[in-house]
Design a protein around this ligand. Structure first.
Ligand code: PAF
Length: 282
């Protein structure tokens, strides 16, 4: 496996590679990321994983500084997974001192994460577009756990004619249902138990949908109630950022679910912000 530390090294490596799949990550890799790697390997002869904690997608009061950066562990995981190259640039290589450029996808970012994290998707689109231009992959793999990100990137690739297929990859869950996330490592045992109410709420919404309920507000109420049901974990704070049932293409809130829909939750458990979703009627 080759470790590429600069854009120049990455471009030189790419020029010699064949059909290539990119797995963009911010590191702190877990089994969810490795499933993206496995998907990438199904699509291309070679796989490149980028590991870069992108400063421009974090707000001033967000967790950029405490975001985990276990690069040696990440490299070992990539090596074991048969990754061909890891691109791990420095921030000042990715962002030179010149005038800044952003990409705005306003039709898709006024809701959910975009509403609660102003500027987040401008930063995500900026770094993903840069990675697309530097790595020039044929395929790029993104997880469905970041549902809005997947939708925004797919739309960006289409709108800006990147010749790159965006491959969606299903959310991986722990045995008890918690969606895998690099931020789970911040949770104490009690917080982790409290965080389980997020996947529980989503599964409850899915069961309710499967039983025939099509009124979105009923599903939202069920999810909110499940999230706020503290059980014996009343001492562990959980605050809801949003609970929504949206159209998977427009991301607009739905009233009557007459096609596919996505139930989305963002909540803070202690200082840790978690997101998760389930797709209904796919
Ligand atoms: O999903 C992530 O880890 C990041 O948002 C991404 C796509 C690597 C861009 O920094």
């Amino acid at each position: 496996m080759t470790v590429l530390r600069t854009i120049e090294e990455c471009r030189a490596w790419r020029a010699r590679a064949g059909v290539l799949a990119l797995v963009p990550t911010m590191g702190a890799l877990h089994a969810g990321h490795l499933s993206l790697v496995a998907e990438a390997q199904r699509h291309a002869h070679q796989t490149l994983v980028s590991v870069f904690v992108n400063p421009t997608q974090f707000g001033p009061r967000e967790d950029f500084n405490r975001y985990p950066r276990p690069i040696e562990d990440d490299l070992a995981l990539c090596q074991n997974a048969g990754v061909d190259a890891v691109f791990n640039p420095a921030a000042d290589d990715m962002y030179s001192a010149g005038p800044r450029a952003f990409i705005d996808m306003p039709d898709l970012t006024g809701v959910l994460e975009g509403k609660h994290r102003p500027g987040h998707f401008q930063g995500v689109c900026q770094v993903v577009a840069k990675l697309f231009n530097i790595v020039q992959p044929q395929v790029a793999c993104f997880g469905q756990k970041d549902f809005q990100q997947l939708r925004v990137i797919t739309a960006m690739a289409e709108a800006l004619n990147f010749p790159i297929r965006i491959a969606p990859c299903p959310t991986l869950r722990e045995a008890d249902g918690l969606a895998m996330s690099s931020r789970n490592r911040f949770l104490t045992t009690d917080q982790r138990a409290r965080a389980l109410s997020i996947s529980r709420a989503l599964f409850f919404a899915m069961e309710t949908f499967d039983s025939g309920v099509r009124v979105a507000s009923r599903l939202v109420t069920i999810m909110q109630r499940t999230l706020l049901d503290v059980g014996n974990l009343g001492h562990v704070p959980l605050s809801i950022d949003y609970v929504a049932c949206v159209d998977p293409l427009t991301l607009k809130p739905m009233e009557q679910i007459d096609g596919p829909a996505v139930c989305c939750i963002a909540a803070r458990v202690g200082d840790t912000r978690l997101i998760d979703n389930v797709v209904l009627g796919a």
